[in-house]
Design a protein around this ligand. Sequence first.
Ligand code: ACO
Length: 382
Amino acid sequence: MTEQTSPDTIYKGLDGVIADYTAISKVNPESNSLLYRGYPVQQLAAQLSFEEVALLLWTGELPSQEQKEEFIALERAHRALDPRVKSAIDLLPLDAHPMDVARTAVSVLGANHPQSGDSSPEVELRKAQELFAAFPAVVAYDQRRRRKQEVVEPREDLDYSQNFLWMTFGEEAPEEVVDAFRVSMVLYAEHSFNASTFTARVVTSTLADLHSGVTAAIGALKGPLHGGANEAVMHTFEEIGIDKAETREEAAARAKAWMEEALAEKRKVMGFGHRVYKSGDSRVPTMKQALDAMVEYYGRGELMGLYDGLETAMAEAKNILPNLDYPAGPTYHLMGFDTEMFTPLFIAARITGWTAHIQEQRADNSLIRPLSAYNGPDERHL
Ligand code: ACO
């Protein structure tokens, strides 16, 4: 196929383009549903551990007891912060964005992997599982070094979510908090051909290795139009002003006034809108329940005046509804994560989806290389 100067249609942003098949997840905007390997995500979030969901995404089926135990043993054995990753992170300034730290850490893990050149399916699955296990220590270390706190070693008696919170905060998290965290991981795990997953697939399509795909995906996730929105939501709340003693109505009025100004300045309101869902993100109700549980647990009802106020104002003014990042941002805030750490939490979850897509792309690969329509100067000569 040749490149044309006046094609019939340009699919800017690849909007509406079906780029390939996937058997990993189905996003259905009509029914507002999301299936992982055929299972509704709400059911998975209610009933399964994040470790089980990860295995489902990678293998296509729910794990047997034996497969589960084997994976749990592997995951617990690969949790400690690799000293080479620690040394690399220590070279970065304390105020480096945690997404830059995360991207560097994954790159270092890839370069040091003893089978870095081997992309056979068994080795790639193993690399994905090891990365899944190793990544929480990167987030925990970065959060703690910013706060000038000592490293907290992982504990083998805790599950993935319990241990993540343990390494980050140095104390065992209560059941309610662990559960809300687990739910967020399950909901963030996978979402078909979003920008970062597609990036991972593009990189894999050149036959590059798994860590290259994940490193590139982290770059794509960082932007505020994608994963960076969960951090941006919290900045919005901070800009509107949280922790003010006021009624819900007063908070809602301030949120509305802030939104009107933002829209007048043609600013996007972060945590709202979606390329695929136009009548609500299927993951939001489940994440909102987790947020409500955290608001109740921490006794922070005042936050919801702003939350509900902005949501109502956006619906009335633009008919634009929240996406997953809207309830996730304040949930992580209440748990005690620094705002800049929110998107790395998204990475921890999405490593599962990305690496499942890397496997799928490699299994039936075709180089991803679209065409462009040239609109520069006509041929000219020096
Ligand atoms: N705030 C204000 N206006 C918005 C928003 C928003 N959050 N989202 C869409 N719009 C408006 C646009 O300004 C545009 O209006 P116009 O036609 O008058 O110019 C219209 O709705 C269409 O918006 P697009 O950006 O063209 O739609 P697209 O499908 O490309 O955008 C996107 C999807 C990028 C997510 C967009 O809604 C957005 O920027 N949202 C804010 C960032 C965000 O929350 N990202 C998280 C995505 S979900 C995730 O990663 C888990």
